[in-house]
Design a protein. Sequence first.
Length: 191
Amino acid sequence: MKRSTFFYVATAMLASLVLICGVTWAQSIKIPITGVDELALSDPGIEWTDEEGITHYRGVVYAGVGAGQDIDGVPINGTCVYVYNVNIDMVTGDGDINGTSFVEETYGDLTGTWEGRFAGTIEGFVITCNFNYPHGSGDFAGWHARGVVTAIFGGSSDQWEGIIHIPGGGGGDKAATAESQTWSSVKTLYR
């Protein structure tokens, strides 16, 4: 008898948890974004080539200015600092890249910063990285941004596309409803 009571109580608790989480997840907003960064080398870092012909770069710093927009055309502008670590075969143009990012940004009339990491591959001198900014601050507190960046190795610009993710129930009074899918509905949270 005790065993079946425990089973029913545990099942009821699990079902309640699933329902609560389902409601919270349903309220998440994902806003598509795209843009371009114009970059300049700030610090060449350390460079060496190993006995297998692979060139290694550590602590390379690029700073730049970014401009983009969300799916509704709301402008996204800011400055960025990227710190790269690269391993590349300079004959084939193949390798890998990873690093950290710090971005100060305006999104419409909101301002804040993003911090995060990126990692990816280089094939034929074309860089493809996934970026993840789990730490928004300022007006972006509780928000996340993630996506893909493409660039030419050694170039002075990159292109990015991804999403701004506003978790349901997160961000205190800046949590939006499930129906909110655009900047206009999010912007009303800040008035």
